[in-house]
Write a protein that binds this ligand. Sequence first.
Ligand code: IMP
Ligand code: MG
Length: 173
Amino acid sequence: MPEIERVLFTEEEIHRRIRQVAAEISADYRDRELKLVGVLKGSVFFLTALARELTGRVTVDFLGISSFSPSKAPGMVRISKDLDESIEGEDVLLVEDIIDTGFTTRYLLQHLSGRAPKSLAVCTLLDRTPRRIVQIPLDYRCFEIPDRFVVGFGLDYQQLYRNLKYVAVLNPD
Ligand code: IMP
Ligand code: MG
């Protein structure tokens, strides 16, 4: 694809790393039921890949969010679709596609912790630490990435490229 500048992580690398992180999560939540909470739409691809590698009892639910224009209202997020079920008293893992400034994750953690889960942890496919503005607790991370815009494996540019099997840097033109 001419729009792709270079592949950062291949399909094989992504799945190998997801298996490692899933093994960690399975060990940490041994004998507990875990609810995976995904954020539409970006984290759906990662969440389903991760869920398939988990060995314990797992349930899944989704939140939808819409972000306001980053230039006008940085870090402003609104829930456009709430969870279908209660998370009260549950072990919850928030599954993210990418953590960039941290604003989205901080907002979601505040929203979810208000629902009185027994525990709340965060797992992300990609972590772009150079652009972090607010510190958030990150429990599981697959890859750290440089300060470049990326697409694939759920991540989009104007809703496109989510279906790519790999993660790639988009050509700036
Ligand atoms: P944050 O609130 O700045 O951490 O931004 C997180 C959200 O911004 C992610 O859930 C993505 O939807 C979007 N985002 C940030 N960086 C990228 C990128 O490189 N590619 C695609 N989407 C991105
Ligand atoms: Mg997006």
